[in-house]
Design a protein around this ligand. Structure first.
Ligand SMILES: [Mg+2]
Length: 440
């Protein structure tokens, strides 16, 4: 899999923002002020944290202001090229076509008026996997149930059946989320200066089965109207200005059960969605933790794909399934951080990019650091909950109070040296009970 630093990000920023007139009279929508910073800064920071470095901004209305603010990108440690939409309104597709000479063979496309906090490594992985099987594009989709907009995507499990924003059917219960990947050739087929909507390309690709999907589970924010801008402002205040306590939760053996694996005749993590089973009371316990006022971050080691026991796609599927199921129970996992690496190549290893010494495999605290870079966390009143010594060690390494689920075995004690969990409980429900109310 390619490094994210090698993947080009194209950003549509030319929109007029007519519904935000009082704000965009003199300013492009992407630069609308949100808590003292231009809107797009928040999204750009996310993308930089994932490692993206190469950007093309498609600009039109008040292009000068965007260029003045972002410059060549060096201030953000990235490089930015600009493509000017020109006088004629070209639509989203036409704007991309117009920038053809800047585009690389494959690129990520996003909108400059949306905040989309997803797993971008999964996006690149799924796109490349799809391409190897004949796809030419990827669409991120969110199970919607008409919550944010009218659904326009029909899914069958993880497969995208059809995308059509004009003719909607009863079977559509997902929406396109706003992050896509494309092959440049799709745009080269069009004439320059031809106005068209990218939705038309997407519709055609979906009919031909040439567009793969990435299911995402976290809502997006956009700033198309004064109401949605206000909503994003309060989200930004909560997430970046105020610090909140968090509960870091290990997954296997805490949220879901370990399952019997016939191949190795051992208990192991689930390798596919059908093997994933919530432990009794786990969803309720997470809900209680959420209601007490904590962020919930799942931090999980999943080396099975690196070891060749399953694919990384299956591991992503399991996490998505868990988050969707919890969401249906009213529990929103704020974020999930997975270490898919393993330091040694085994005879069955296939996805070799996963084999490496990393900083994220627990007991190292890298997954917790990832959360700390993305959120404003009050560590002094946060907790780590897990069922193995590596969870306790990772939590202790960053000064978290630790809650151990289950019983410490003697061999574990030896590995842990002087480190001991602060509290030991029998399950996640008991852990949820012993946590004090956040900020209390
Ligand atoms: Mg565990």
């Amino acid at each position: 899999m390619r490094n994210l630093s090698d993947v080009q990000v194209v950003v549509l920023m030319g929109g007029l923002g007519t519904r935000l007139k009082h704000i965009t009279e003199n300013c492009p929508k992407s630069l609308a002020d949100v808590c003292g910073r231009p809107f797009f800064d928040y999204q750009l920071e996310l993308l930089c944290a994932w490692g993206f470095r190469k950007f093309v901004f498609l600009i039109g209305y008040r292009a000068d202001m965007i260029e003045e603010h972002y410059g060549d990108g060096s201030r953000f440690g990235i490089s930015i090229k600009y493509s000017y939409d020109g006088e004629k309104l070209l639509g989203t597709g036409g704007a991309v076509r117009h920038a053809l000479h800047y585009l690389e063979d494959d690129f990520l496309l996003i909108y400059g008026d949306s905040f989309m906090d997803i797993d971008y490594a999964e996006t690149i992985y799924r796109y490349e996997r799809g391409k190897a099987a004949g796809a030419r594009a990827l669409m991120t989709v969110l199970k919607n149930g008409n919550r944010y907009d009218r659904s326009n995507v029909e899914m069958d499990g993880g497969r995208l059946v059809i995308y059509d924003k004009h003719n909607r059917t009863e079977r559509m219960d997902h929406i396109d989320y706003g992050v896509c990947m494309y092959e440049k050739a799709l745009f080269a087929e069009k004439a320059d200066d031809e106005a068209f909507d990218i939705a038309d390309i997407q519709h055609e690709l979906s009919l031909k089965g040439e567009m793969v999907a990435q299911k995402v589970t976290k809502r997006f924010y956009e700033i198309g109207s004064p109401e949605s801008l206000a909503e994003f402002s309060s989200y930004v205040t909560h997430r970046f200005s105020e610090s909140h306590p968090a509960v870091f939760v290990d997954r296997d053996g805490v949220i879901n059960s370990i399952v019997w694996n016939d191949d190795i005749e051992q208990l192991d993590s689930p390798m596919k969605v059908s093997e994933f089973e919530f432990l009794p009371g786990a969803a309720k316990a997470l809900k209680k933790i959420q209601e007490k006022g904590y962020y919930i971050f799942v931090v999980t080691n999943q080396p099975a794909a690196a070891k060749g026991k399953t694919s990384l796609a299956a591991l992503y599927d399991i996490n998505t399934h868990m988050r969707e199921s919890l969401s249906a129970e009213g529990v929103d996992i704020d974020d999930l951080f997975m270490c898919p690496h393993y330091p040694k190549e085994l005879p069955g290893s296939k996805e070799k990019f996963l084999i490496r010494e990393c900083e994220c495999r627990k007991p190292k605290p890298g997954l917790i650091y990832m959360a700390m870079r993305k959120y404003n966390i009050d560590l002094s009143s946060s907790f780590m909950i897990g069922d193995s010594c590596s969870d306790v060690l990772a939590g202790t390494a960053v000064g978290l109070a630790t809650v151990f689920v289950g019983r410490l075995k003697c061999d574990m004690c030896r590995m842990m040296g002087d480190v001991m969990p602060d509290v030991t409980v029998s399950d996640l429900a008991e852990a949820a009970d012993v946590l004090p109310p956040a900020g209390g």
